[in-house]
Design a protein around this ligand. Structure first.
Ligand code: AMP
Ligand code: MG
Length: 405
C-alpha cells in the first residue's frame, strides 16, 4: 500500500506532455492554453462614452442650467471626428467615441434638446461617464498564460483581442471500460441481478471537463478473453513513434480481491507494467496504475463514488499533466465542519461534502449523509471533498482542509 503523495509522484513521472493544436475559440472551453495571450489594442481603443447623453466641456456647465449649441452626433461605430469647441455639445451614445475637446458626458435624463440648443440641467465634472482609452487594458499586456485552463469567462477577452483560433495542448484521448457481468449499457433495461453502467458515462463527462476526448468502450463483463481483447484494441500495438489509440485507458471495477475481479490479472497477462495497486486512501484503496505499450491505464474501483474520487485525485491529474496545465490538482481551501467527521484508521480519507456559507460569512462543510461509496445519488450533491489524515477524528466546529470539485 503506498501513500497518495507517492502515487501522485509516480503518475507525474510516467505522464508526458502531448503536442499543441489550434482550436476555434468557441470550442476552446476546458482546454489548456499553449500560448500566452496578449492585448492587441488598448481597451477601450478610444475614449468611450458610458452613457446615452451629450458630450461637452465640464467648465461650460459650471453655471447649469446652461444652453449649449448642438453641433453633431457620435454614435457607436460612427464617431464624430471633429474637435469640440467652447459652448458646443454633441449627442453621444453608449459605446461611442468621445470627441477631442470634450471632457465629460451628461446623461440624457438631465438634458433637453430643442432645435440646435441643448439645455444641460446639472453641472458635470471632468471625466464624468468617460472610460479613457486604455483604462481597462493597455496594448501589449499579457492577459493569460500558457498552462491556464480556458473557462467561459475568458472567452470575451480572447474574442476581443483577436484570437478567433487559440493554441491549446492536444486533447488526451481517453478510453473508458466498465467491467462487471452485472453491468448493462445505460440505454438498456437491466434484467434480474443487473444494473446500468453509470460509471463509464460519468467518467466520460469528467474527462471532457478537463480537456480530454473520451470514448466509452463496449462492455466486456468479467470475461478474461473479452477483457483482453477490448483492452488490447484500446491500447493498440507498440510502435516506435508513440502515438497510441488511447493515451489513457480507464477501467472501472474488478480491481479488488473477489473471484471475478480480473482487471489486474488481465493487465499482467497482457504484459502491462503495474506501478501501484493499493493506495492509503478511502474511498479508493484498490486503485491501480499501469502502463501497456504507450497507454497509461488506471484501474478504478467499481463503486461509483470510489471511481469518482480516484478520478479526481489521480486520472484528472494525469489528463492535466499531459496538457502541461499549471494547476493539475483540485483547488484547495478550508472550511468549518458542520458535523463530526472521522477518517479511516490507516488511510487518508476524502469525505464528499457540500459547502455553503453561513450568515456570518463562514464557509461550512457538511459531510453528506450517505450510504457509502456506492451511493452516487448522495454524491451528486457534493461540491467538495473534506480531506482528513488517517486516524483523525474531528469534532464539528473545527476547521478542515477541503478540495473543490
Ligand atoms: P467491483 O469493483 O467490480 O467489485 O464493483 C464494486 C461495486 O461497484 C459493485 O456493486 C458493482 O456492481 C458496482 N459497479 C461496478 N462497475 C460499475 C459501473 N460501471 N457502474 C455502476 N456500478 C458499478
Ligand atoms: Mg466487478
Amino acid at each position: 500500500m503506498i501513500e497518495i503523495s507517492q502515487a501522485l509522484k509516480i503518475i507525474k513521472r510516467e505522464t508526458k506532455p502531448l503536442g499543441l493544436e489550434s482550436v476555434r475559440l468557441d470550442k476552446s472551453v476546458g482546454r489548456i492554453l499553449a500560448e500566452d495571450i496578449f492585448a492587441d489594442s488598448d481597451m477601450p481603443p478610444f475614449d468611450r462614452s458610458q452613457m446615452d447623453g451629450y458630450a461637452m466641456k465640464a467648465k461650460d456647465t459650471r453655471t447649469a442650467p446652461v444652453d449649449l449649441r448642438l453641433v453633431g452626433e457620435s454614435a457607436a461605430g460612427r464617431g464624430w471626428h471633429n474637435k469640440l469647441k467652447d459652448s458646443e455639445t454633441i449627442r453621444i451614445m453608449t459605446g461611442a467615441r468621445v470627441p477631442d475637446g470634450a471632457d465629460s458626458i451628461q446623461k440624457i435624463e438631465l438634458t433637453s434638446e430643442s432645435g440646435d440648443v441643448v439645455t444641460i440641467d446639472e453641472a458635470t465634472t471632468k471625466g464624468k461617464y468617460i472610460v479613457r482609452r486604455g483604462a481597462e487594458i493597455k496594448i501589449g499586456k499579457r492577459l493569460f498564460q500558457t498552462g491556464e485552463l480556458i473557462d467561459e469567462r475568458m472567452i470575451a477577452s480572447l474574442a476581443a483581442f483577436g484570437y478567433p483560433n487559440v493554441k491549446v495542448s492536444a486533447a488526451p484521448r481517453v478510453s473508458i471500460l466498465g467491467t462487471g457481468s452485472e453491468i448493462v449499457p445505460v440505454d438498456e433495461q437491466p434484467g434480474d441481478d443487473q444494473i446500468r453502467n453509470s460509471n463509464s458515462v460519468m467518467l466520460k463527462a469528467m474527462c471532457e471537463q478537463v480537456g480530454a476526448t473520451a470514448n466509452v468502450l463496449p462492455q466486456s463483463g468479467d470475461d478474461l478473453r473479452k477483457l483482453k481483447r477490448v483492452i488490447s484494441k484500446a491500447v493498440g500495438p507498440k510502435s516506435k513513434i508513440p502515438n497510441p489509440k488511447s493515451q489513457i485507458l480507464i477501467i472501472t471495477g474488478g480491481v479488488s480481491v473477489g473471484k471475478y475481479d480480473l482487471t489486474k490479472a488481465v493487465l499482467s497477462e497482457l504484459g502491462a507494467e503495474i506501478y501501484f495497486q493499493k493506495v492509503r486512501l478511502r474511498p479508493g484503496k484498490p486503485a491501480v496504475f499501469a502502463r501497456l505499450n504507450d497507454t497509461l491505464i488506471f484501474g478504478l474501483p467499481g463503486n461509483p463514488v470510489s471511481a469518482a474520487v480516484t478520478f479526481y485525485l489521480f486520472v484528472r491529474n494525469a489528463i492535466l499533466l499531459m496538457q502541461n496545465a499549471t494547476n493539475t490538482k483540485l483547488r484547495s481551501g478550508f472550511a468549518v465542519l458542520a458535523s463530526d467527521a472521522k477518517a479511516a484508521k490507516e488511510r487518508d480519507t476524502y469525505l464528499p461534502a457540500s459547502l455553503e456559507s453561513d450568515p456570518s460569512g463562514k464557509l461550512i462543510a457538511s459531510p453528506l449523509r450517505w450510504h457509502g461509496s456506492s451511493d452516487f445519488v448522495g454524491f451528486a450533491r457534493a461540491n467538495i471533498l473534506v480531506a482528513l489524515k488517517r486516524g483523525q477524528i474531528i469534532p464539528a466546529g473545527d476547521v478542515v482542509p477541503i478540495l473543490f470539485l
